[in-house]
Ligand binder design. Sequence first.
Ligand code: PBG
Length: 332
Amino acid sequence: MKSTIAPFPAARPRRLRSSPALRAMVRETTLTPDDLIWPVFVRDGEGVEEPVASMPGVLRRSVDLIAKSAADAQAMGIPAICLFPYTDPALKTEDCAEAWNPDNLCNRAIRAIKQAAPDIAVMTDVALDPYNINGHDGFVVDGEIVNDETVEALVKMTLAQAESGADIIGPSDMMDGRVAAMRAGLESGGFQNVTILSYTAKYASAYYGPFRDAVGASGALKGDKKTYQMDPGNSDEALRLIGRDLQEGADMIMVKPGQPYLDICRRAKDTFGVPVFAYQVSGEYAMIKAAAQNGWIDGTKVMMESLACFKRAGCDGVLTYFAQDVAQALQG
Ligand code: PBG
């Protein structure tokens, strides 16, 4: 696209910025509730909600309250909710069997949401870390995160989630070959319409710190995730991985973290033209909240601007802990 402009004063670009009406007319992208996916943390018990210290305003909720929150979100026009379980440490093992237990926290929450809010899409996270005694997304054998054995387990986990009613499967583990294996499993299991939103360009990032507290994985994690998550210095590699995941049967792809990686979102959209999502991760959320609590920024305005920027960068939507606040702000 070529941008041309007349010489001054024939062109005075400020004309189009001179009133709210004109600015609204020429705005290239807008944020709507349709753009939001709301990640939530599930814990056991009934009628329980507890704050996550490193993420002010975020709660871990028991299944009954998650179902209620999903109904609220649906009423606000939020199209999807994404579940993350806070697993009882006693259920974390080396073989991660709780991950494909049909009655684990995540699968119970899926069923409860489907009852309470049948129109909201339920997304899940596929990775072994909530169930792994050492906090990794894959099995650890002699200090190595093994790929192919992990993929087999991830397929079992995927099928248990699909059987519980999940609409969107979100593999966040970064193993090779997982999307093809999951797609084949879903096809032969009779889940042809279950979609895969692959965490394709997922970087080994320090921005995930507060999340690991929220799901109780930070104490467990030994070492780092650099042998499977991407190097923050890489951009072309993200495109190779996106191309691969699309060929393996992903319906949508994700870039994660979000705001520091907007260049990857733009390249992904321009190169492939498929639905691209970003994850505004826990550290991004915590930074905005902390600065706002100190009175250093206007928290609501920065929240809205940060999300609008994802649209400008080519994203079709954003996973954000702000989802309810944003939907409310857009309504009011
Ligand atoms: C686990 C997973 C992580 C996040 C989503 N799924 C953490 C990790 O990879 O260590 C991070 C989300 C966030 O920081 O908000 N596979």
